[in-house]
Design a protein around this ligand. Structure first.
Ligand SMILES: Cc1cc2nc3c(=O)[nH]c(=O)nc-3n(C[C@H](O)[C@H](O)[C@H](O)COP(=O)(O)O)c2cc1C
Length: 189
């Protein structure tokens, strides 16, 4: 897939087919994730890719975060109640995604912003690689409201959760949200 097409064609997908994703496809996607740049080349990202039995319990846990997200959503989308309803539905089952990716960083001496940006760069690679494989995904920070419970369940105590990414074959083709104008300034040209 051509790069510009991949960047503009990628969408946040929130409804998935139940079809399993072959491990070899996930291997290719995660391989692309770790070719992102990283602060001081520490590569201190850590991805946990989960399918099967554990998935259901994790969906149940992550869905609890909706209670924290709802008041903010209602404020941001006060004029668009269907967005709030659709998000509520999405959080309840994470769109039925057969695969969940938990993106972490291992803390280091560098300020935490560096590690967060390191993982964010890898996540964007992951999303684009998933799109190129015909998969859909949604970058989510909503579940961070229940990060402690997720970490407890996964028995992870030495890393920081940055995002949860449900992934699978898309069962929807969301329209592209318009990009806001006036966010780029050039000077001196
Ligand atoms: C840091 C970050 C956090 C996000 N968290 C959520 C989330 O918790 N739930 C959700 O449904 N979408 C989440 N999104 C997806 C955005 O809503 C989505 O990217 C945005 O609406 C633009 O749509 P697009 O990705 O299709 O271009 C998140 C995206 C980013 C970059």
């Amino acid at each position: 897939m051509e790069l510009h097409e991949a960047i503009k064609g990628r969408r946040s997908v929130r409804k998935f087919k139940p079809d399993p994703v072959p491990k070899v496809v996930l291997d290719r996607i995660l391989e692309m994730a770790i070719w992102a740049p990283s602060g001081m080349n520490r590569q201190n990202w850590y991805f946990l890719v989960i399918t099967g039995k554990q998935r259901e319990a994790l969906v149940r846990l992550a869905s609890k975060s909706y209670d924290y997200v709802e008041p903010i959503l209602k404020e941001v989308f006060a004029e668009k109640p269907p967005v709030v309803e659709a998000t509520k539905k999405f959080f309840a089952k994470l769109g039925g995604a057969p695969v969940l990716v938990f993106a972490y960083y291992e803390p280091c001496k560098e300020i935490s912003e560096t590690s967060v940006q390191t993982v964010a760069a890898a996540i964007q690679n992951l999303l684009l690689a998933a799109h190129a494989e015909g998969l859909g995904a949604c970058w989510m920070t909503g579940p961070l409201h229940v990060a402690d419970q997720i970490n407890e369940f996964l028995n992870i105590h030495d890393k920081t959760l940055v995002a949860v990414i449900p992934m699978g074959y898309p069962d929807q083709s969301p329209p592209a949200p318009k990009r806001k104008p006036n966010r780029i300034v050039f000077e001196g040209f």
